[in-house]
Design a protein around this ligand. Sequence first.
Ligand SMILES: [Zn+2]
Ligand SMILES: [Zn+2]
Length: 153
Amino acid sequence: MIGNIVIVIASIIGMEIFALYFHKYFMHGPGWSWHESHHIRTEGRFEKNDLYGLCFSLIAAGLFIAGSLWWTPLWWMALGFTIYGVLYGFVHDGLVHQRWPFRYVPKGGYLYRLVLAHRLHHHTLTKDGAVSFGFLWAEEPDRLKAQLKAHNE
Ligand SMILES: [Zn+2]
Ligand SMILES: [Zn+2]
């Protein structure tokens, strides 16, 4: 059991590290055509960027199936990725972008720092020059502001 819990926790942490680099180098790189919809205002409830979430859910679903058929550790990995997806949805789509039917904005603490940091990510409407690519991990907002300023000078 301990081994499985380790797999789940490692998958959550690994996914945040992967997401940070994926966001920085792929979504703000060759994958910008999907991600741009998330940096500019678009009509309607959904944006093209949501397709990334859909792709990752399909990968997790595939891992659940592979894990139950062939190799159990994959199932626990899939569980970690799914928990990451839920946390991402809660923080990014919920806390930051308020895509839920009620309004709740944290007033302080680490969650507030996460919201501020991701808002600073959205100061950039283009592919280049953005700061703060993590979703569950955020740098000190003052440092991010300095990075933004340095880039715009
Ligand atoms: Zn972005
Ligand atoms: Zn965002």
